[in-house]
Write a protein that binds this ligand. Sequence first.
Ligand SMILES: C[S@@+](CC[C@H](N)C(=O)[O-])C[C@H]1O[C@@H](n2cnc3c(N)ncnc32)[C@H](O)[C@@H]1O
Length: 507
Amino acid sequence: MNDRSPRNRGPQRGPDRVRQVAYRVIRQVTAEGGYANLALNKALREARLSGRDAAFCTELVHGTLRWQGTYDAFLARSVSRPLDELDPELLDMLRLGSHQLLNMRVDSYAAVSEMVSLTRSELGQKRTGLVNAVLRKISQRSLDQWITTVAPRWEDDPLGHLAIAEAHPRWVIEAFQQALTPAKPADRAGLGEPAGSAERAVPGDRAGTEVVSGDRPDAGLGEPGAWGEQLAVGLEELLVADNEPPRVTLVARPGLSDVDELVAAGAVAARWSPYGAVLGGGGDPGRIGAVATGRAGVQDEGSQLVAIALASAKVDGDDANWLDLCAGPGGKSALLAALVKDGRLTAVEPLKHRAELVRQNLRAIPGDHKVLVGDGTKPTWPAGSFDRVLADVPCSGLGALRRRPEARWRRTPQDVEELRPLQEALLDSAITSVRPGGVVAYVTCSPHPDETRAVVDTVLAGRDDAALEDARALFPGVPDLGDGPDVQLWPHLHGTDAMYLALVRRS
Ligand SMILES: C[S@@+](CC[C@H](N)C(=O)[O-])C[C@H]1O[C@@H](n2cnc3c(N)ncnc32)[C@H](O)[C@@H]1O
């Protein structure tokens, strides 16, 4: 053993404060089901961490949670008993150490030494031996070497390889693969002919699947057989994008603020949203006057674009009554309320505390807007009351993995299955609520096909008074919108959350 080993360092030091805060936040997330962003912000405030310390703590928390499944695969090879027999608090300690060793530029000796010291203070002296021994094993290989050792070979199982190399559960990768695979027109029969789709040539097609031709030596092209052997274009890029720290995007609420004001406060104009601006370098939105007063807000550009799309769809005749059927916490409500001209937005949300957030978001917006606490599937208004309806339904959130580092490991395929009846009921209710000639935007922050196209197809198959329209023209200037008629935005193509929108017109 090297004589600088933590065990032989002489007087024992206390733990590093930043790592201690990070570890405790991770415990709140994994043991108590907390949300990393909320728990971290609170912890940073309470510990008065700012600047570089806050950035380091954020990377420790977000990175450890994001890469958790991958680190577990490495740890399973480094611990002598099955991981599920390890105390969860010890496992979190090992994950936190692994992140520093494999994905941050922390010197190996320092990382092991700090984690031993943290283990002593958080879990007691008896646990330090195991943490020291396991982290030393982890430190003997680089991230790439661990991936090569543990992951299935790309040639044998590209999705299994990506699951380890890019830290996503396999079922999530399979859903993304399916969503990135262009649908054949025949698959969506009866939904109106999407403009342009019939002419589209799909290279390397077996079942409408474009294949990667890129930088992997053998590009993972197994025998054409199962679809899983061919990778959809962009799949790997999407997974990489999910692992990047999110940008803070602001929205200048129309009529109350504008992008110039946000730019003057240090943001950079967003690419497509005429109301969007990106705040770089860990800027604190709360310090911007327009945000503090509710004239602007924090909102992903994709969320802005889908609300703008609904507001700009062509509607003949009356256009003063807009409904947001699933409104909490109210980001899109605020944008829609600022956009409805001489009219009123009604926002519906069943959870009281979230309805209160909608009220707060609408506070600065002039007009007679209304927030109802209620169930969107049980309308208290007459059918056909509204000219435009947003159904931004509860979903798995798989499109916002950059911003919710723990979500990918917490969500399950059952969640998706269980949400589907509610999503269908809400879309059905939205269509009933809109008048003939009016439009509904069905929106999710998930690209999972079971939450997007499958829901729309099922609901429209059961109604003869509504049809899908091509929504792509409602996203002017935005490239890579696919074959339509619905629109899927992507982190790797657009830098936004993976927002989905289908535009339905009532006849
Ligand atoms: C994806 S979020 C909406 C986000 C919101 N549009 C925004 O931009 O801030 C879905 C919302 O639907 C709400 N919800 C759940 N069940 C509902 C129901 N039966 N009727 C209406 N809303 C529901 C959830 O509480 C949640 O606040």
